[in-house]
Write a protein that binds this ligand. Structure first.
Ligand SMILES: Cc1cc2nc3c(=O)[nH]c(=O)nc-3n(C[C@H](O)[C@H](O)[C@H](O)COP(=O)(O)O)c2cc1C
Length: 368
């Protein structure tokens, strides 16, 4: 554990938690963009016990930062330093847009959840592209040693006004393909009207065909799905993703459902719910998708992950990698090392010395 990370967390988190959520978020991004993050020495000390190759990319650990925290790619180096195994920036749209009216971000403290209806506020692909390109050029120049390498994914979406998905997604892929380590087609945010209709098999088929038609080569392509898709619709969606030549699925985005028992006065706000109240739903959808995909896709599980045990459970069900957002907001960067430490203990308790061995064993169980 980097002492600086712990110091910064204990100093700044209580202050940020008292602020308006969106102002706190902007301040955190500003701090991270200035490099105020501390550096974790965890991966170095732990000899890659959690490392693995997925889609030809080297991951020092399976815990990534989910999309939406660093929408404009301003905090990428800092997120690597705090110990994430990979970082997903975006959602980025072709043109800059302000997003929905404020307030649009609510902490459900009593439930360890968040409701957001941000609506893809972002600076647009050109600005984000230049930041990403600068980062990747610097990374290539450093000939980065393996212990500080982490994949950077770009999550892409469409504008609220004037969108044309069959043109916009191929355009965005073309813009980032030289620099993104992977690309995520986001068709699952609940806050852009009509977006989630693109999850239907026929729409998805059209988008994937348009991308393949425009780009004979591209980085691994993942589709991010909502937890609110009915189980009966999943087989055709997963099949379409496989036939469309995508490499994986990120499951899940936030939910429009409001599980019973929410305590927070903000539970009635409209928007997508994330964090602890999403945990069971996200887990259930991962299970279903994994059963359908039968090992033919990379699966990234996200939604309500807070502990090493949560990660273990997801990997057991068929996830290759996981991501967090809400737990990072409530606990700060220290959550990253805590989860990795817990996962490492669980590994050894179960008689594995490396994550790769555990995943191999899980896959064998699933396929037998
Ligand atoms: C404030 C906020 C903004 C988000 N923005 C995006 C986004 O732009 N694109 C996206 O694909 N997911 C977005 N998400 C969803 C997260 O990436 C993640 O799928 C979801 O929060 C579930 O993970 P969690 O329970 O660990 O937070 C956002 C989530 C939150 C809380």
């Amino acid at each position: 554990m980097g002492n600086l990370i712990s110091y910064l967390t204990h100093f700044s988190l209580p202050i940020l938690m008292k602020m308006d959520p969106e102002q706190a978020h902007n301040l955190a991004i500003l701090g991270f963009s200035w490099g105020v993050s501390g550096r974790s020495t965890w991966d170095k000390k732990n000899h890659y016990s959690l490392s693995q190759q997925v889609q030809g990319l080297a991951f020092s650990n399976p815990l990534g930062l989910a999309a939406g925290f660093d929408k404009n790619g301003q905090a990428v180096p800092a997120m690597g330093k705090v110990g994430f195994g990979f970082v997903e920036i975006g959602t980025v749209t072709p043109r800059a847009q302000p997003g929905n009216a404020k307030p649009r971000l609510f902490r459900l403290k009593e439930d360890r959840g968040i409701i957001n209806r941000m609506g893809f506020n972002n600076e647009g692909i050109e600005k984000v592209f230049s930041r990403l390109a600068a980062f990747i050029h610097a990374r290539n120049k450093r000939k980065t040693l393996e212990d500080s390498f982490f994949p950077v994914g770009v999550n892409i979406g469409i504008n609220k006004e004037g969108a044309d998905p069959l043109k916009d997604y191929p355009f965005l892929v073309g813009r980032v393909k030289a620099y993104a380590d992977y690309i995520v087609i986001n068709v699952s945010s609940p806050n852009t009207p009509g977006l989630r209709d693109l999850q239907q098999a026929d729409h998805l088929k059209g988008i994937l065909e348009a991308i393949n038609h425009a780009h004979s080569e591209h980085p691994p392509l993942f589709v991010k799905l909502a937890p609110d898709i009915e189980d009966q619709d999943l087989p055709s969606i997963v099949q379409t993703i496989i036939e469309g030549g995508a490499q994986g699925i990120i499951i899940t985005n936030t939910t429009l459902q409001r599980p019973e028992g929410l305590q927070s006065p903000f539970a009635k706000e409209s928007g997508g719910l994330s964090g602890r109240p999403l945990r069971e739903l996200s887990l259930a959808k991962l299970k279903k998708v994994a059963e359908i995909a039968k090992g033919s896709l990379t699966l990234i599980s996200v939604g309500g992950i807070e502990t090493g045990q949560d990660v273990w459970e997801r990997l057991k069900l068929g996830a290759d990698l996981v991501q967090i957002y809400t737990a990072f907001i409530y606990e700060g960067p220290e959550v990253v090392n805590r989860i990795k430490q817990e996962l490492k203990s669980i590994l050894s308790k179960n008689g594995f010395s490396t994550l790769q061995d555990a995943i191999k064993a899980f896959r064998k169980q699933i396929n037998d």
